[in-house]
Ligand binder design. Structure first.
Ligand SMILES: [Zn+2]
Length: 108
């Protein structure tokens, strides 16, 4: 089961995993080639938090950090902190799984 993944900006086919950057947040996750993403990143929109690439190491670091914060928050007598960080971690995980299922598994 294979699907052609095209860049959301230049509409060129993305064949390699190295060249695929998924970005835009859960509701508007889009694939981009690394070249277009690099250009987009420099734009004003790229400054927003949800424009970080989903399929990146930074995203995994963020996810681990959020899980860590959610785990220690109750010990800091910060009950809602646990909920907040837990929710952020969950959103990150859902985004990552969604990105994988919809785009990443179709490229090499
Ligand atoms: Zn492109």
């Amino acid at each position: 089961m294979s699907k052609t993944i095209v860049c959301g900006n230049c509409h060129q086919q993305i064949k390699k995993n190295d060249d695929l950057v998924t970005s835009g947040g859960l509701l508007k996750l889009e694939p981009f080639c690394s070249k277009c993403y690099a250009t987009k990143e420099k734009s004003f929109v790229g400054l927003f938090f949800n424009e970080q690439p989903v399929n990146s190491i930074g995203n995994i670091v963020f996810m681990v950090f959020m899980i860590g914060m959610a785990s220690i928050a109750p010990f800091l007598d910060w009950a809602w902190g646990s909920l907040l960080f837990g929710l952020l971690a969950l959103i990150t995980i859902i985004e990552r799984v969604y990105s994988y299922c919809v785009y990443e598994r179709h490229v090499n």
